[in-house]
Design a binder for this molecule. Structure first.
Ligand code: 3EB
Length: 330
């Protein structure tokens, strides 16, 4: 099948990356700005909106009040609803989000399968069918032992729902445990009508090749994705994983140090200049609220001036204390 840049129907103009930033802003005003593709609030106390571009993320922010995250494109944006799925599109980009209640779908695996089948079905009919980046937030992610752990059930359902949609390669992704409504699965994504370039980390085994000890179904994600115009890198959830093993059990500072080494390895692997700057919005997911101030001080010292949103989230391996994802613009 002919895909991507070989497809004569694809606009030859490269798609400038959406600008992602954190801001203290009024929801209605931010949605009214031209080119707002998506707007994210964090935590149960965040403002809300019925606009399909708005998503209230179930992760609490350690900063109060929490800023909003805004995604902006250089084009008019239209939006709509398709059952449980909300979407917006403009300038060749697509935002889609789905929230499902496990009570309606029967557990983490069936719910993830439903979510991915719906997203897959929707995106496949859309011109922006190249899914570049996905975020997954589920409750009680480390609950259950061995293969019954909820994260592993989620991985099973995600793979079943994806089907062959990502046969040519996985998107960049994050999967984090939230402490909000106990049955809620949130999945949202960024897609484009042009393909990105997947990036792996030479220090890490690719996730889809993880050995059996991590579950029946290896997690399907790329370590990062260079956007079509090569003007930004979407960085997946990155933690203190070396090879396939978790490093520095019980040592927060060492896990943070290893995570920064992995982030730099990803920039190098993507042929980007080293370092993060004031235009590189990152998220740090922190397992224990008591670690939040130490994580914040560490990152302010090591990444001065970089906007970091500190969120309360559980990493999918219980020995990992912190994970970082985000964006680096070229
Ligand atoms: C790791 O390196 C940490 O299941 O989508 C990071 C990013 C992790 C995405 C996912 C999991 C996922 O394996 C865990």
């Amino acid at each position: 099948m002919i895909q991507g840049c070989e497809n004569p129907q694809v606009d030859p103009q490269l798609r400038r990356a959406p600008r992602v930033s954190y801001r203290m802003a009024d929801v209605a005003a931010a949605l009214n700005e031209p080119g707002t593709l998506a707007l994210l609030g964090f935590g149960a106390g965040s403002p809300a909106s019925d606009d399909p571009r708005f998503l209230q993320v179930a992760l609490e922010c350690f900063d109060a009040p929490a800023p909003l995250e805004i995604w902006q494109v250089d084009a008019p944006v239209s939006h709509g609803v398709d059952g449980a799925l909300r979407w917006s599109t403009g300038g060749g980009w697509l935002f889609a989000a789905i929230e499902l209640d496990e009570v309606d779908h029967g557990g983490p695996s069936a719910t993830a399968q439903q979510a991915y089948e719906h997203l897959h079905r929707f995106v496949a009919t859309h011109s922006a069918r190249h899914v570049l980046r996905v975020w997954n937030y589920l409750a009680a992610i480390n609950h259950g032992a061995g293969d019954a752990e909820r994260y592993k059930q989620f991985c099973d359902g995600r793979a079943a729902g994806m089907g062959h949609f990502f046969a040519e390669g996985f998107p960049a992704a994050t999967a984090i445990g939230h402490h909000g409504s106990p049955h809620r699965l949130q999945v949202y994504l960024l897609a484009c009508d042009q393909p990105g370039t997947r990036v792996e980390n030479p220090r890490q085994v690719s996730a889809w090749r993880y050995p059996r000890q991590y579950g029946r179904t290896p997690p399907g994600f790329a370590r990062a994705m260079t956007l079509p115009a090569q003007d930004a890198l979407a960085i997946s959830g990155t933690a203190a994983v070396v090879g396939h093993a978790s490093a520095h059990q019980d040592d927060l500072d060492a896990q943070l140090e290893e995570t920064l080494t992995n982030l730099e390895a990803l920039l190098a692997s993507a042929n980007m200049a080293a370092g993060f700057d004031t235009q590189s919005p990152l998220k740090a997911y922190v397992r224990h609220p008591t670690d939040a101030s130490r994580v914040s001080e560490f990152l302010q010292r090591r990444l001065p001036g970089v906007p970091v949103l500190l969120l309360h989230g559980d990493i999918c391996r219980r020995e990992l204390l912190v994970e970082i994802d985000g964006w680096r613009y070229a």
